[in-house]
Structure formats: C-alpha cells, structure tokens
Design a protein around this ligand. Structure first.
Ligand SMILES: C[S@@+](CC[C@H](N)C(=O)[O-])C[C@H]1O[C@@H](n2cnc3c(N)ncnc32)[C@H](O)[C@@H]1O
Length: 252
C-alpha cells in the first residue's frame, strides 16, 4: 500500500537532499547555503538547473539521470507531490539531485548571483487572473535575474494556450532571444530524449487531447523588463468546475 501524506512528510524531513523552507520558516532562519550549494551540498562546481513548480519532479529526476555532470534542484510548495521525485532520487542514489520546498515568490533568498545556469518551468499554473503570479511574468523574470547567469536558458513546457501566448508576448515585448518555439511539440520534429520526458500533469492534458507547447529562451541581465499590455483569450477548459474535470486529478 502507498504511503499517506503524514508518512510522506516524515520521509521528506528525514531525506538529506530535501530542504524545507516555506515562507513561515525562512523568515526566522536564514538560508545559509545560498551561494554555496556546490560547495556544501553537491560537492562540485557543476552547473545548477532548477525546475520551478516541479510537482513530482519528473524533469528534476529525469534530467539528473541523463546529465550526471549537472546538478538539479526541484522547487515546489507541495511536499506530498515532491515526495515522489525525492524518493526516486534517494532510492537510486542520485547525488546530483536536491529538492527545495518553498514558495517561488521568495526563490531569490536561496540562490546567489549567477549561481543557477538554467530554469525549467513545467506545466506551470497559467494564473489567468493575475500577471504577477505567472511564472513567466516580468515580475518573476526580475527575480530569476537575481541568480541566473547572464543569458541563462529558460524552458517553458505547457498545455495552456493562455500561458504560451502570454509568454510569447512577454518575450517579444522585451526582445528576449528565443531559441525554439512550437505550439505543438509532439508534431514539431523537436521532441528528443529530454523534451519527451512526460510529467504527471502533461500526461493528463495529453490524455484529454491537448497539444503541448514549448518555448526555450535566454534571459539576459541587461535592460529593464516591461510587462506587455495585452488581452489574451482564456483557456476555456480551465474554467470548468472541479466535478466536470473528469480524469484530471489536480488535488494530488
Ligand atoms: C500544474 S502543477 C505542475 C506540476 C509538475 N510540473 C507537472 O508538470 O506535473 C503546478 C505546480 O506548481 C506548484 N506551484 C505553483 N505556484 C507555486 C508557487 N508560487 N510556489 C511554489 N510552488 C508553486 C504547485 O504546487 C504545483 O505542484
């Protein structure tokens, strides 16, 4: 039988590669590993890659298996979800994986200038009502700039037409260099071993017949960022109430 939430939380507290610092904690305890993840935890100087809103951490663990010469940190606020990836990494003895349970709004408290080389945003909530909550908003881009190397890569994989369209406008408006962009990843010829990693949410959306969108861009340090002033059509499938969303279990 699977573990219940309390048992998962107990595992998380015991895992040496899991750091739990939600708002309530980090306000009282400074995060001393900021700037020292390589020296104090990974014990090497390899590049650090973040998966923000990692859920079960499919990208964190999947990339770590494929790239032993890079370090991967999955970030999410939901411990019971993160437990899945944290447990896989622990059982496999993956030394290049960590998980950070915190609010992404305070992510810059955990990483120093230039400490991170790449960011993955996997099926982030589109946050259609409020731009400042969107993980691809200029509000978050300014936060990422505080620790991402100059011109560091950002990958966005999403089912959401709203999120994808918004991100495209944000990139265009700020002249951020786009490396790849497709509104139908699985028919683009782009899918490879990495882009083919499927997350839990991704599989749910694919099962419902939605196409997957992907954009990879660079985030330079110079130039002020401006929020695009645009109206975007909402994703109608997201305004369904929970009982109508058959087959999509969003509460796990
Ligand atoms: C739609 S789920 C996607 C999870 C996973 N990446 C996947 O594709 O299956 C979005 C995840 O982002 C996390 N999340 C959203 N906003 C967050 C925030 N501000 N701080 C921390 N986690 C956040 C949620 O807890 C959730 O696990």
């Amino acid at each position: 039988m699977g573990k219940n939430k309390l048992e998962k939380f107990a595992d998380m507290r015991a895992y040496p590669h899991v750091f739990e610092y939600p708002y309530s904690v980090v306000d009282n305890v400074p995060f001393e590993m900021k700037g020292h993840w390589g020296r104090d935890f990974f014990k090497n100087d390899n590049p650090i890659v973040l998966e923000l809103g990692c859920g079960r951490g499919e990208y964190t663990v999947g990339l770590a298996r494929r790239y032993p010469d890079k370090n991967f940190i999955g970030v999410d606020i939901k411990g019971a979800r993160m437990w899945t990836g944290a447990t896989e990494a622990y059982r496999e003895g993956l030394a290049n994986v960590a998980f950070l349970r915190t609010n992404i709004e305070i992510i810059e408290r955990f990483f120093a200038t230039g400490e991170v080389s790449e960011i993955w945003l996997t099926f982030s909530d589109p946050q259609m009502k409020k731009a400042t909550k969107r993980l691809t908003s200029t509000y978050f881009m300014e936060r990422y700039r505080k620790f991402l190397v100059d011109g560091g890569l950002v990958h966005v994989k999403t089912d959401s037409n709203f999120m994808f369209t918004y991100t495209r406008y944000m990139l265009e408006h700020n002249h951020l260099p786009v490396e790849f962009l497709t509104d139908d990843l699985y028919h683009s010829g782009l899918v490879d071993d990495i882009l083919g990693i499927r997350t839990y949410y991704e599989q749910q959306w694919l099962d419902r017949g939605l196409t997957i969108k992907y954009v990879k861009f660079r985030l330079p340090q110079d130039g002020a960022l401006q929020e695009p002033d645009i109206e975007i059509e909402l994703d109608d499938y997201r305004s369904y109430n929970r009982s109508k969303r058959s087959g999509l279990q969003t509460s796990k």
